[in-house]
Design a protein around this ligand. Structure first.
Ligand code: ATP
Ligand code: MG
Length: 685
């Protein structure tokens, strides 16, 4: 008979396969490949605890994963299990794992350490994706590429081509042929452009996201450094391995070439990042990449969801083009089947979901136990209004990025420029915040700073144009102060904010709302040890939403989670609602071009459904607004149930149609529920 678990024994409930992975010994690398909710992350956490109990130093255990939220979840759960395993009181803070994070954030830390050895500027700044696009735009313009005809790819396409090439470890030609055939004619120019982009980054001491991986991988090409780095980490464990790209897999390989001390866990049926260059073959080919091959453990029992939810999820993935031969089972009884809820439109969907959330709360489910998931950040707009109207607190993950808001970028540009006066991109933005300084003056000054032996003196000697004469001195003072190394963080933030606030109010009518964001940022700043750490981590780990990101007080209270399907990875809730399960949304109309894209959307729905523990509902609005613009003009299309809910899948659900929505006929096998592209074309007819 199984022992009942005590809070201090995290291993007591593990099943045989999980224990096999947790207690694995020897040099052989370990692969755990298993379906959703089968305890992969738990097994990884327990293995860390087992290793520590057997004498491994937690500071020498490296935990990696792809996305920020998954990294957070992995670190949180590992800390929790470690605390139990070490028999620390439940009130004690979980032991700190110094090296748990995303590939990008760990890469940034290691590169910062190695900088002097590998020819990197120690004060390098990290560019987020939109900064990288801005820099690419600058280089593109300076190189005259913009004038070579209209069809030269735009900045975001250029960044995407560059990024895909590097992350897939492909040649530019391969990337263009397979992913961007319409840009293939520009191969030679793109090569030059990327070289100029690389040069610009290096001159300014900047690394973009891809550089963090690329430099890391390149550095590990040096035998001495690779040996030291491999020895520094006794164990390397990777969660969500199916989301890694080739470059990340290559880094792991260089860290642990023999595979000793290596464990990866993942689920090929949950691969949803191919669009960013993830390579599902990484996990499928992992075992064979070593001699002898990695030990493979599979887990089939699901501990998360009820059988009815699993049946529906299994039915969705069973129709996938590639076979994911895992049939999950559980012995959690299902008092209720999942529901397909047919509603009239966006507004009815919002009302229904808000009422359900409140109803479940009355039944004893905290808001935190419930989540609403959607394909794209903008799809929750109507629901957000409804929740606000009913005073239901929520936190949204995914969607509008905090760092993309102009005011946040302004403040960060000031701090970055103050940190390094050679940071041209930040300087270009920061200087133009001074009234009277435009692009040409900013460029001229930046060119001077680049040449100057003492950039700060050059900045102080700058003669501003007459229109800027009044405001320039205060700006020069601010920069002088920010360049002073004696200034202690976060005092720099306070100074930059004090200088910026009057300009914020001058520039924006809605300054009060924006000011609240900046205060939020200042509050966050306090949690970082230094300006450098703050700027790096923030570029890698931005708070997600702007303005509607609920303030601090909410975080202690109960709140509903709103999340994109991508950001829901690795999480679970007792009740999950998925919005807009209609063709055009899931699959997204952006993704209906290629079969692989459609398959990725199917796995995305599978990821969403397998987040639910007890209650799952899929919302199917009959009228669907394809975009925010269409909503403004009240242009809607009649959506149809997602093609992924074929009849045999629909049979796993209860069908509900609240008042106002007619119950649509169940879809017929083999018939596309709806030709949305044709309807969209019809909008303009
Ligand atoms: P995903 O594929 O979504 O990342 P996963 O395979 O990582 O899922 P976990 O998140 O580790 O799965 O586990 C799912 C749930 O099942 C968690 O609540 C976990 O605590 C629970 N669980 C896992 N294994 C066991 C077990 N042996 N006994 C009891 N509960 C378990
Ligand atoms: Mg997991």
């Amino acid at each position: 008979m199984r022992r009942s678990p005590t809070p201090t024994d995290p291993f007591a409930t593990l099943n045989e396969q999980q224990l096999a992975a947790v207690n694995h010994r020897g040099e052989q690398p370990l692969l755990v490949i298993a379906g959703a909710g089968s305890g992969k992350t738990l097994t990884l956490a327990c293995r860390v605890a087992r290793l520590v109990l057997e004498g491994a130093d937690p500071q020498r255990i490296l935990l990696l994963t792809f996305s920020r939220r998954a990294a957070h979840e992995m670190a949180r759960r590992t800390g929790q299990v470690l605390r139990q395993a070490l028999k620390l009181p439940a009130t004690a803070a979980p032991p700190h794992l110094a090296w748990a994070g995303t590939f990008h954030s760990v890469g940034a830390r290691l590169l910062r350490e190695w900088a002097p050895r590998i020819g990197l500027n120690e004060r390098f700044a990290v560019l987020d994706r939109s900064d990288a696009e801005d820099l690419m735009a600058l280089v593109r313009q300076e190189g005259g590429y913009a004038e070579r005809g209209q069809r030269f790819p735009l900045k975001d396409t250029c960044v995407a081509i560059c990024s895909q090439t590097l992350n897939r470890q492909a040649s530019l030609n391969e990337t263009l042929t397979s992913q961007f055939p319409w840009c293939a004619q520009w191969e030679a120019e793109l090569k030059q452009l990327f070289a100029a982009y690389t040069h610009a980054k290096q001159c300014q001491g900047l690394l973009d996201y891809d550089d963090l991986l690329l430099y890391w991988w390149q550095a590990l090409g040096d035998a001495a450094l690779a040996g030291a780095c491999g020895a520094r980490f006794s164990h390397v464990l990777v969660d969500e391995y199916q989301d890694t790209n080739r470059l990340q897999a290559a880094i792991v390989q260089r860290l642990k070439p023999s595979g000793a001390g290596l464990m990866v866990v993942g689920d090929d049926a949950q691969a949803i990042y191919a669009f960013r260059g993830a390579e599902v073959r990484n996990i499928l080919d992992f075992a064979a990449g070593f001699t002898p091959p990695a030990r493979t453990v599979t887990l089939e029992r699901n501990y998360r969801s009820t059988q009815a939810i699993l049946d529906a999820s299994n039915a969705v993935i069973a129709l996938a083009h590639e076979r994911h031969a895992k049939q999950l089972w559980t012995n959690t009884a299902s008092p209720q089947r999942p529901a397909l809820v047919h509603v009239l439109d966006d507004a009815a969907q919002a009302t229904w979901v808000a009422e359900q959330v409140l109803g479940r709360r009355e039944e004893g489910l905290a808001l935190k136990d419930q989540a609403v998931l959607f394909r794209t950040g903008s799809h929750s707009a109507a629901l957000e209004l409804e929740l606000a109207r009913r005073h239901i607190p929520f936190v949204k993950f995914g969607g509008l990025k905090f760092l993309e808001a102009a005011h946040v970028k302004d403040l960060l540009a000031l701090l970055r420029f103050g940190h390094s006066l050679r940071h041209e991109l930040a300087g270009f933005r920061a200087l133009q915040l001074v009234p009277g300084i435009g692009a040409s003056h900013a460029r001229r000054l930046l060119a001077t700073l680049e040449q100057a032996a003492l950039p700060l003196a050059a900045l102080r000697n700058f003669k501003p144009p007459p229109a800027a004469a009044r405001d320039w001195p205060a700006f020069a003072e601010l920069m002088t102060s920010l360049c002073n190394e004696a200034l202690t963080w976060p005092a720099d933030m306070a100074q930059a904010l004090a200088w910026y606030l009057p300009h914020l109010h001058r520039k924006h009518d809605d300054a009060a709302v924006r000011e609240a964001d900046l205060q939020q940022l200042q509050h966050l700043a306090g949690g970082f040890g230094s300006r450098e750490r703050f700027l790096t981590e923030l570029a890698l780990d931005p708070p997600e939403a702007s303005s509607d990101w609920a303030g601090e007080p909410l975080l202690d209270e109960d709140y509903l989670v709103l999340s994109t399907l991508h950001s829901a990875k690795g999480q679970e809730w007792k009740a999950v609602s998925i919005l807009n399960v209609v063709d055009g949304c899931i699959p997204s109309d952006m993704a209906t071009g290629q079969r692989e894209q459609i398959e990725e959307e199917r796995r995305l729905l599978y990821v969403g459904m397998t987040r639910a523990r007890q209650h799952l509902q899929l919302l199917v609005p009959q009228r669907f607004y394809p975009s925010a613009q269409a909503r403004l003009g009240d242009r809607h299309v009649y959506g149809g149930l997602s093609r992924f809910i074929a009849p045999q899948v629909a049979a796993c659900f209860d069908h509900l149609a609240p008042a106002g929505a007619s119950h649509p006929p169940p879809p017929q096998a083999g018939v596309l529920p709806i030709d949305l592209p044709a309807q969209l074309r019809g909008l303009w007819g």
